[in-house]
Ligand binder design. Structure first.
Ligand code: HPA
Length: 271
């Protein structure tokens, strides 16, 4: 059987959470590479290592801590996933959607995904924020492949409908207020772990991509199928292309923490 709704995995993880807390998060936040410090302000009720959540693999990438924190941020109950499951780690694509399924099963209404990205639009300097408005997937596999809704049908949803325009506006205003240059944009998802060649960047630019990264699309797709509103906050850590290193990506991502925290808190306050 494919990993997906009906396999009981999300429910078993939620049982593990419910043994520790009854808090129902209104929002879930996924923290990407080097971005964990953006939720340092959480008033944490419980911290659960992914190894205690059935079905969650141990993260294998430096900078991805691998734990679920439940608590409050900006007076809103939240679930923060510190560390992603990535396709490029060799995981099944359907397993990559597990945290989003757990978020929905816990009762969250909104998914806020943060991610380090490379700038494809040449006018986007490192240090700017892109708020997701759409995406292009070059993952090669659909993250909802094999999923079935309760009635047995595949989830024939359009992921574009998950992007919440009002919350994106709030994020853009909040970024402007804290002096973080920000724009809306299109996220291109590459399977990774390789960075993009100059020919690929040229292609992505012509295809309409603003930024490129190695995640997010499984989260938006699952959010659409599960009825979660989605906000993508993408931190441009580098101009996409040769010379990019994971160390640079993490270092620049860490420098976003304070301003990203302010944006997250303003969005949470408007949910
Ligand atoms: N490409 C893909 N993913 C990334 C990049 C990049 O340049 N920077 C951060 N994540």
């Amino acid at each position: 059987m494919t990993v997906g709704p009906g396999d009981g995995l999300a429910e078993r993880s939620v049982e593990a959470v419910r043994r520790r807390t009854d808090t129902v998060p209104r929002a879930a936040i996924v923290l990407g590479s080097g971005l964990g410090r953006a939720v340092e302000g959480i008033d944490a009720e419980v911290e659960i290592p992914y190894t205690d959540l059935p079905g969650f693999p141990e993260p294998t990438v430096p900078g991805h801590a691998g734990r679920l924190v439940i608590g409050t941020l900006a007076a809103v109950p939240i679930a923060a996933f510190l560390g992603r499951i990535h396709f490029y780690e060799g995981r099944d694509m359907t397993l990559v959607t597990l945290p989003t399924r757990v978020a929905a099963t816990l009762g969250a209404e909104v998914l806020l995904a943060t991610a380090a990205v490379g700038g494809v639009d040449p006018s986007l300097p490192a240090g700017s924020l892109v708020v997701g408005e759409d995406h292009l997937s070059f993952l090669g596999q659909n993250p909802l492949r094999g999923w079935r809704d309760d009635d047995g049908r595949p989830p024939f949803v359009n992921p574009a409908e998950a992007y919440d325009r009002d919350l994106a506006d709030v994020a853009l205003k909040a970024a402007a207020d804290v002096g973080l240059p920000a724009t809306r944009g299109v996220y291109a998802a590459s399977a990774g772990p390789t960075y993009e060649t100059p020919a690929e960047i040229d292609y992505l630019r012509r295809a309409g991509a603003t930024v490129v990264g190695m995640s997010v699309v499984p989260e938006v797709s699952a959010a659409a199928a599960l009825g979660l509103r989605f906000v993508g906050l993408y931190c441009v850590t580098n101009t996409a292309g040769p010379g990019t290193t994971h160390v640079e990506v993490e270092e620049v991502a860490a420098s976003f923490a304070g301003k990203l925290a302010a944006v997250l808190e303003r969005v949470l306050a408007e949910i």
